[in-house]
Design a protein around this ligand. Sequence first.
Ligand code: FAD
Length: 540
Amino acid sequence: MRVVIVGGVAGGMSAATRLRRLNEEAEIVVIEKSGFVSYANCGLPYYVGGVIEEEGNLLLQTPESLHARFRLDVRVSSEVISVDAMSKTLVVRSGSGEYELTYDKLILSPGAAPIVPPIPGVERAMTLRTVEDVDRIVKKVAAQPRTAAVIGGGFIGVEIAENLVHRGIKTSIIEATAQVLAPLDPEMAAPVHLELRKHGIDLHLSSAATNIGSADVTLADGTRVEADIVILAIGVRPETTLAKNAGIDIGPRGGINVDQFNRTSNEDIYAIGDAAEKTDALDGSATLVPLANIANRHGRVVADHICGREIRDVKTIGTAIVKVFDLTVATTGWNEKRLTAAGVACTSIHTHPNSHAGYYPDAKPMTLKLIFDPKSGEIFGAQGVGIDGVDKRIDVIATAIRGDITAPELADLELAYAPPFGSAKDPVNMLGFIAENVMSGLLTTVQWNDVANLEAAGYTLLDVRSASEFAAGAIPHAVNIPVDELRSRSHELGGKKLAVYCQVGQRGHTATLLLQELGFAVVNLDGGYQLWNSVQQEGK
Ligand code: FAD
């Protein structure tokens, strides 16, 4: 049996090595267009910044090492230019020549190509996908440009921008929408914007680039952003040219359509990784998730299927993480924006716990958001932003989603605890407590974006923080009665409807339950002053 694999990086190489482990006899040929195989494309931005100092560290394998261990026939600088699915033959271009190669099974893992919009001057912009791309960028950076513009504030855009700053380059990010990192909801993106600006990034939101000049980028409103170099990172589209030409079905999202074993509409051709569509775990729809975990996972699935092994059908929840200077930003599942747009009823809760016990040195605060079904408690998604411990919490919640654990059941998870690592009531447990309180109707919460309408709805804003916290900044028109004085001073509140808040939501919770016991109608501001204020800071 000859298996030919197009693309020798994440998905392709996972498929190739798993195949070999399962079948010593198969002939496995990997055709890779670039000059490198099995390279760490996720590490490329950090090589630009000098965080990864040696390019060799990004090159995980060579054709020789893959032959030595796995007897793979890896052909780099070779491009598959056509596939004839009828005769099971493909044409490979290598150097100035072309040759034909037949296959019994074909695995397409050609990845995704950066989207290049038709902006005048776009040919001056560089994209980042391969080792050759990074070499081009590193060469320009070595010439010590003074300024850089990154068009696109997605994961790769913010990573490359951070690394350009590490190189001492004055860097701008130009983003067409109102926020960076689209998987985040706006209030979770707000601290990311602050972090980018704190580190000197000139952030242009809701700004489309309309022209790339020789030393600047012009925005739709006429602003000129200085840019000795320009990096384009506005997203990727699945590489489907080969598949289309071979008559293989393309799915509704523009990726290669596959079944649960990653087989295409031709049963001898599989497609994996960024080029292929996936199935969304929440609604079963076709989706695109251009991330390494799922590319590797599906490489393994395909190898198992070719070798006749039983495999599980696992849908995607799109868990992702990115470093933004000192912050960790992580997401899993659907965000509130998407749920609302899809008409799915959902409840959101926010909390600002410490990464570990507050009394142990170096505890760092984080913001966590959990989104779930208000009736069943099914977890739809979660987002986290903070300096430390965010990755762990989002990974636990991603595991909970995979295991059908509901939001209130997060309270029951027994998570490893000692003061340097967490809290006896871990942040994930706290989300479970809050979810249970909200779902059971013990208290009602309102969100940061409800605040503007609370007074019109007849609520008095009650700040239950200390007098000094209140003096340092408060929501306009709020009255201040610290939580510990509420029992003695509640008569000052008359019979008013109250919207209570504290710094992060926790004292507000205590105050809400106390005031309810005293007969008041009360709602608590979820996420507290801190969440509301971080969005207000944005506009300043
Ligand atoms: P790739 O790994 O891109 O491999 C496709 C290969 O196919 C390419 O080398 C290409 O040259 C080759 N090819 C294409 N067409 C042909 C052809 N016709 N003939 C021969 N060869 C061909 N994901 C994460 O989860 N976390 C991260 O932190 C992260 N960071 C990233 C940073 C950068 C800069 C980039 C570019 C991507 C990042 N990703 C990250 C995404 C991740 O790398 C991809 O999801 C993953 O590599 C996809 O695997 P793949 O096999 O589908 O495609």
